[in-house]
Design a protein around this ligand. Structure first.
Ligand code: 0X9
Ligand code: ZN
Length: 773
């Protein structure tokens, strides 16, 4: 016996004795808190007298039969060595079970087996169209309370396009998530993956609380094989067949169903789809000319509860949002960015496999008539495409050993997204982060975004609620519109030393009210009014002494310039400064309509150097700026970085303030704000410099950077606030008294900030008022 085992037995003895257990009945344990019953027997005992009863008690027998009188046949468990004592006492018994521990072990093994492996052997190999269909039936048979089979319609050759609907009986009118695989016949992993997700939902509803919650909230609609004719053909004849099996009447076969959907069908035909029948991306004779797309169109249209769609493809490991038909960003670009990043991160977290996320057009290639452009553009569904493993080593012939890991990581992404949708039915976002510090006596504006997720926002419903100080009523205002989902909210001016409390609220068309932060008034945000003073502020509309290009720069094109930028997929079309501002610094001006790679940074680094900034003696100087960076276009995306450095000795030595990229947030374009406290990096001297370096040292990629609205602020101390100046007018007079009384009788005058308004607030206010503050 090891020391550890001995110790545990001793502990068990102590526990057993301490709980009144008889010494003779000590059961063995092999892990803390787990009692063992090796050799313990289950007996049916004829108890003839109270003397028999005493004997049983003495040997540590434990009663199993509930409600027994203590006389007649009663079931007991007894320790291994107890039978002799019973025999000696002449007590009659029958042995029901010889080893209770063996029973317990068998039960535990059974539970463990069914918990841990839910029999995933079906996923050990690729399955054909009939096997997938049969598996759908078996899932439905296992849990008819959760799953049902539905028919979307018939393919061109009359094969059934079917699906599985999975949801729990909890709730009603639930939003739906639609997943489909195998539009493209040879992308076998996509059928297995969508079925795996169905399997996971059906078979772990009882054991996995996360799955349970998802099925209580959503309806999952999964169509594993959109293109059965093509899929059958890949098993029978040509493993690498992509399209459906349309006879094009000219000796060629097949329409690419993922070019046949009727949103911007055939738009920008050069490259986005083909009119040539033999092409792999032949779009067909008309939108929805193919039964496979037409039946899905009708089926989706009849199900307005669908809010999210993923069209699953392989391969390349990509997460693809709208649009496929154009490089223009969609109205929900901000929402897609947030979800793209979350999905890719959740996928990565499962097996460490990287999926690159971004708009379809720029992340994979131009593609029009794709399913997700139609679900998003025509049906207002958040539509995605996804390309699964691998990145080309095996391509479409992905080894079967990768079925389960691939499906697991895709489930990681999809379930993350589903949970995100639950948490964000409507999604209010402050892109620059909540305002936490504002300058005295002047209104402060900040940008707000309002996105739809599982519900649509009611137009004009966004409100800002704000109040000065920690008590009193919140006053509401309507943020002004600043683009599709963008708004500008305005916090009221307040005296130095005060705080402004605020929250945002919006309604969905379905009647839901959402707050930011969640909890609204009770979770309000706080902006402290500090006497932040502007030390330096440059919107780049005029020349304030920056240097574009320094000795040691190696870039051969795309050097920093200050101008009104001409936009591409990689470079902003507009500067960040609100109108009438137009100019910013950016890396290389191209021509209108020029290619994405025109005048991007090539061949090395280009530096933008700030003028000398005098921060000597400043308290908590903060440098902030809006930046744009894109390295995800073209070939070899995600290879390059933008760095920002700060120097306290006029550029002799440099300290890194931030690195953007090579992958992750801020590498896919868009204006983003960043700030840093100077003192955390260098001593604020009279010779502070900042530099921005865009560096193209990775191969083949397109690198563009831009900077705007650069500013330096510092803190100065506020004069003490006068709390009895109840209306924050800056002077103490009878109006404060009346305003206080009004708030007091409305229950909104927590003068002493103790959480409630009561008579103590009244006395404290009076004291302060008559004391002159
Ligand atoms: O070309 C396609 O249709 C997709 N790539 S694939 O290699 N699987 O053929 C890309 C389009 C992605 N699909 C959607 N965005 N729906
Ligand atoms: Zn595909």
């Amino acid at each position: 016996m090891s020391h550890r085992r001995l110790l545990l037995v001793l502990v068990a003895v102590v526990i057993w004795a301490g709980t009144g257990g008889a010494g003779a009945g000590v059961a063995q344990i092999d892990q803390p808190g787990k009692v063992r019953y090796d050799g313990h027997k289950l007996l049916r005992v004829q108890v003839a007298s109270s003397r028999d009863q005493l004997t049983l008690d003495a040997i540590g027998a434990r009663l199993w039969t509930c409600g027994g009188t203590g006389v007649g046949p009663v079931d007991y468990s007894v320790p291994p060595d107890a039978l002799q004592a019973l025999d000696l006492a002449g007590i009659k018994y029958a042995i029901l079970q010889n080893d209770i521990q063996a029973l317990i072990d068998a039960e535990a093994a059974h539970i463990a087996a069914s918990n841990q492996q839910r029999g995933l052997s079906w996923f050990a190999d690729y399955k054909d169209v009939d096997q997938i269909s049969a598996y759908v039936d078996s899932l439905v048979a296992q849990r008819p309370d959760l799953a049902s089979r539905f028919i979307v319609g018939l393919s061109l050759q009359g094969n059934e396009v079917y699906g599985i609907r999975i949801t729990s009986t909890v709730g009603s009118n639930k939003p739906a998530i639609f997943l489909n695989g195998l539009q493209h016949a040879r992308e076998w992993i996509t059928g297995m993956t969508t079925i795996y997700i169905a399997d996971r939902l059906v078979r772990t509803y009882d054991s996995d609380t996360a799955v349970h919650a998802l099925l209580d909230h959503f309806e999952f609609l999964i169509v594993p094989v959109v293109n059965p004719d093509g899929y059958i053909y890949t098993w029978s004849t040509d493993r690498l067949w992509r399209k459906n099996r349309r006879n094009n009447g000219d000796t060629t076969f097949g329409v690419d169903t993922n070019r046949n959907w009727g949103y911007q069908w055939g738009q920008l035909p050069q490259g986005g789809s083909s009119g040539t029948t033999s092409s792999e991306t032949y779009r067909g004779t008309a939108p929805f000319s193919e039964p496979e797309t037409a039946i899905l169109r009708d089926w989706v249209t009849a199900r307005p509860q669908i809010i999210f769609h993923v069209d699953v493809h392989s391969y390349s490991q990509l997460v693809l949002s709208a649009w496929g038909y154009t490089s223009q960003l969609p109205p929900d670009a901000g929402l897609f960015d947030v979800m793209n990043a979350g999905i890719a991160q959740a996928i990565l977290a499962v097996h460490g496999v990287t999926y690159v996320a971004g708009p379809t057009y720029t992340t994979i290639y131009p593609a029009n008539g794709v399913s997700s452009d139609w679900t998003y553009g025509d049906r207002n569904i958040l539509g995605w495409g996804m390309e699964l493993r691998d990145t080309g080593q095996f391509g479409f012939i992905l080894p079967a050993a990768q079925i389960i890991p691939t499906a697991e990581e895709v489930w990681g992404g999809i379930s993350w997204e589903a949970n995100w949708l639950i948490a964000n039915a409507l999604y209010i976002r402050i892109p620059g982060g909540p305002v936490t510090a504002i300058t005295p006596d002047a209104p402060t504006t900040f940008p707000v975004e309002l996105f739809r997720a599982s519900q649509l926002p009611t137009p004009g419903s966004l409100r800002l609620f704000a109040r000065i100080g920690a008590s009193g009523m919140f006053t509401q205002s309507t943020p002004s519109s600043a683009g599709a989902n963008q708004f500008t909210a305005t916090l009221p001016g307040a005296p130095c030393g005060q705080s402004v409390q605020y929250y945002l609220e919006a309604q969905s068309t379905a009647g839901l009210t959402v707050d930011y932060p969640t909890g609204g008034a009770s979770a309000r945000l706080v902006a402290t009014v500090t006497n932040t003073t502007s030390v330096f502020s440059d919107d780049f509309e005029t020349n304030m002494g920056w240097t574009a290009g320094v000795t040691g720069d190696t870039a051969v094109s795309g050097q920093w310039v200050r101008a009104d930028p001409i936009g591409t997929a990689a470079q902003p079309e507009d500067d960040h400064t609100p109108a009438p501002g137009t100019q910013c610094y950016f890396t290389g001006q191209g021509t209108v309509g020029g290619a994405v790679g025109q005048a991007d940074v090539d061949g090395g680094r280009t530096t933008l150097l700030s003028p000398r900034l005098d921060l000597a003696g400043r308290t908590n100087p903060v440098i902030g700026y809006w930046r744009w960076y894109s390295n995800n276009q073209g070939s070899a995306p995600g290879a390059d970085i933008l760095v920002v450095d700060v120097s306290g000795d006029d550029g002799v030595t440099w300290t890194r303030a931030e690195t953007v990229g090579p992958t992750g947030p801020g590498t896919t374009g868009g204006w983003l704000y960043h700030e840093f406290a100077v003192s955390s990096l260098v001593t604020p001297t009279a010779n502070i410099r900042v530099r921005f370096i865009a560096d193209d040292s990775g191969a083949g990629s397109i690198v563009e950077a831009a900077v705007d609205d650069f500013r330096v602020t510092a803190t100065v101390t506020c004069p003490p606030v006068c709390p009895a100046d109840w209306n924050h007018s800056g002077s103490l007079n009878s109006q404060d008294f009346f305003d206080f009384l009004t708030d007091f009788f409305a229950g909104n005058a927590d003068f002493n900030n103790n959480g409630t308004t009561n008579s103590q607030d009244f006395f404290d206010f009076l004291t302060a008022f008559f004391a002159g503050c």
